[in-house]
Ligand binder design. Sequence first.
Ligand SMILES: [Zn+2]
Length: 624
Amino acid sequence: MKKIFLLAVVSIMASAAMAQEAVRPIFYEVSFPNAMHHEAEIVMTIPQAPEKNFTVRMSRSSAGRYATHEFGKNVYNVMATDVNGKKLQLKQIEGDTYQVEPPAAGGAVKVSYTLFANWTDGTYASVDPSHAHLNMPAAFMWVPGLESRPIKFAFNDLAKYGWKVATQLKHEGENVYSAPNMQYMMDSPTELSNFNETSWNVVNSDGKTEKINLTVHSDDDQATIDGFGKMVQKMVLEEKAVFGELPSYDFGEYTFVSDIYPTTSGDGMEHRNSTCIVLPVPKVGGLEERLLGVFAHEYFHSWNVKRIRPKSLEPFNFEHANMSSELWFAEGFTQYYGEMLLVRSGFNSVDDYAGTIAGLVNSVLNTPAAAKYSQTQMSRYSVYADAGVSIDPNNDNNIFTSYYMYGGATALALDLRLRSEFNLTLDDYMRTVWLNRGKVMKPYTIPDLQSDLAKVTTPQFAADFFNKYIYGVDKNNYEALLAKAGFVLRKAAPGKAWAGSFSGSGRRGRAGQARTNAADGISIATSTVMGTPIYKAGLDAGDVVLKADGKDVNSQQAFDEIVATKNIGDKIAVSYKNRTGNHETTVTLEESPYLEVVTFEKAGKTLTADQQAFRNSWLSSKVK
Ligand SMILES: [Zn+2]
């Protein structure tokens, strides 16, 4: 792919050279005179600007983050001039869009603005004296209509702050970097800081060398990052074994751009030849194994989503959210591999992995949304669910199951079924999808994924699997499938009374958060979960639970302690109040449907030789 990409650049250059005047890059000059107040000054020079009125704008979405974000709110002092500094007419026509009247004589236009940036994650940007962490759509205006123009950056003030540059942008020398076009630029987050760095080479299956860089902006010393790099290196090889080869990275390099600090927001965002990983912990040292999962997930994306690419995400739309029905595969299968490969590479035990499996299985067997909605529909909800920002609460507890978990559970079932019914593995399927779609950069649709599964299995199996589990809401038999590898799927709290929880996992919205912790009872902030005894009793957000079984309660724990003294089928009286006054209801206790997964050994059962062999073939290292 590197070859194809370079050829493409060369041919763009060649055809441009044939025109009367070569297309010159849009040039961004980025300075940080006011970093302590979280501001950057950005000057965008547009050579050969359009001759008629044109617009410049901020984005409303960011590649890989599926909800929309109003990046336009954080730019101000927007101004347009000609090359001599003469002011041009500039009119704000939408929140994030400005119309520029070009100079009558033609030529270049400069648009300058101040960026405020104070949120470190994979979507936004942050500037302070420790770093400039730039997710490009959050930081850089662009010119609709000129998306194919090459782009150049000069990052100023590096020496002033002691910063280096971590990015997948092409290094042109000194502080100058480039991208072939706007889409590529937007996909290339850039961290300017005094990070530690370690690099290593991997010889690829085609004999070429791919250089992997790990940059970490954190309070760790170089030795810690070197040690962590060794672990990442092992994980990289385990992922390579799944696909049989590394992707061919542009310029022969892939970079983990990571930022580890307690006040950052936890996030991982995949890009074509890099990933931006931000983790809110004190440092890497001592937490290596805990942090590795995000690195494994994001790196897997350099095949699955950045190259094995859903058609629905191509090209990425920076003005609206791209809606995709394929995230159960793009994110869910990546979720499955990111976790499972930590077992294969020796960083997670089989017993711990049993807990991970339980999470996947519960998300598909024990959520109201998975009972009603397909994973294609759950994928489409990402335009709201993926770090979507809203003031009002939503009903996620009852209408949404994460496509990461739902899809992860589907990958698990498919892997176990391929192993037991076809003497194949999910790796075989992923390699087929890689060769048919990713390596040749042909974006896929769901029918393409089904046709690839038909190629490795049979058309009947593929049709049945997609109709039942991808388009439909049927469930695989996880108990029987897991037993083949010597895992028991069973009730997590058999024989114990259960009522459900007043604090579900759904996002609350800001209003909901403000209403928690009433002093005189349990203030229910989020929707209760359909099917739980408290839901059936009519309790929901807005209610304040005052008494249970005649006793005052003011916390979930106090309520749970009362439930724990009861039996399945017992009824407890609950007093609560809301805007319509004081009320009484009855909660009838049930057995919790939640499941746990343990190894046969932990369950006191004998592991057969067949089960041991099945488990080894699944979970042991594939690195030769
Ligand atoms: Zn992901």
